[in-house]
Design a protein around this ligand. Structure first.
Ligand SMILES: C[S@@+](CC[C@H](N)C(=O)[O-])C[C@H]1O[C@@H](n2cnc3c(N)ncnc32)[C@H](O)[C@@H]1O
Length: 247
């Protein structure tokens, strides 16, 4: 996994310019996370720190980002060196990081869909839970587990292609091919399907309650810029889902 992202880190960073990233994902995620003023936040699978920086800029008191890919963390640290926000970045596998502190909020966008078995998913959820203070919240963006493969093509116009060789069963690999803006290239990444019931089991077994699933929303600026029609499939066939729960 680390090697997979090491080789595509620079290209992945370019995705941050894309409409679905800015006006869909970031808007949905920040709405779910809500007010971060004065909070301590752990960002697991932080990548090159796109959301980590946004949360610090929005007023969080302390931010720590963890990612398994040293190249992703290298890019995050380069950003930190150029515009210091006092974010600490750590290279590590979420399933093996042990304890690095206690936080008000743990966030993780596109981490859980790297678990290929329910045991791995449980390990990730336990790692999230041990880093939260009692009453703390976990907020995540994830592949929408309920999007059927027959609708995968609805997202190609946004630059997201998904393929799976078989029908969706526990552990089925889903290959995600993302178009990189400007250079006409693309990157491919494998995620894994586990059912919503398995996610709820893993979160509850790790001690979470009030598990909620949230459909994506699009910012007024995104609608103004690209028009409602552009976003219709994004909303009608969500490929991303937000998850919130409480410890
Ligand atoms: C799609 S990227 C998302 C990055 C970031 N959260 C964002 O939304 O911009 C997924 C990230 O998960 C990281 N990752 C995957 N499995 C991991 C694990 N077990 N521990 C830590 N990071 C992991 C990858 O290295 C990659 O940076």
């Amino acid at each position: 996994m680390a090697a997979e992202y090491d080789s595509i880190a620079l290209q992945f960073q370019k995705l941050n310019k894309l409409p679905y990233r800015l006006y869909g994902e970031a808007y949905t995620y920040l709405n779910l996370i809500a007010d971060v003023t004065g909070k301590s936040i752990l960002d697991l699978a932080c990548g090159e720190g796109f959301f980590t920086r946004l949360l610090k800029q929005n007023g969080a008191a302390r931010l720590v980002g963890v990612d398994i890919s040293s190249e992703m963390i290298k890019l995050a640290r380069l950003e930190e060196a150029s515009v210091p926000l006092e974010i600490e970045y750590i290279i590590g596998d979420v399933m093996e990081i042990g304890s690095i502190g206690s936080f008000d909020l743990v966030v993780a966008s596109y981490l859980l869909n790297y678990a290929s078995t329910k045991e791995q998913l449980l390990k990730m959820c336990q790692a999230i839970a041990i880093h939260l203070k009692p009453g703390g919240r976990f907020v995540s963006l994830n592949n929408n587990l309920e999007l059927l493969p027959e609708f995968y093509d609805k997202h190609e116009k946004y630059g997201i292609a998904r393929r799976c060789a078989q029908s969706l069963q526990e552990g089925t690999p889903i290959t995600l091919t993302l178009s990189i803006p400007d250079d006409g290239e693309s990157i491919s990444i494998d995620n894994y399907y586990l059912s919503q019931a398995t996610y709820e089991w893993a979160l509850m077994s790790a001690g979470f309650k009030e598990i909620r699933w949230h459909h994506p929303i699009v910012s007024p600026k995104g609608i103004q810029k690209f028009g409602s029609e552009f976003w219709q499939d994004y909303i009608d066939y969500p490929d991303m889902i937000g998850i919130t729960c409480l410890k």
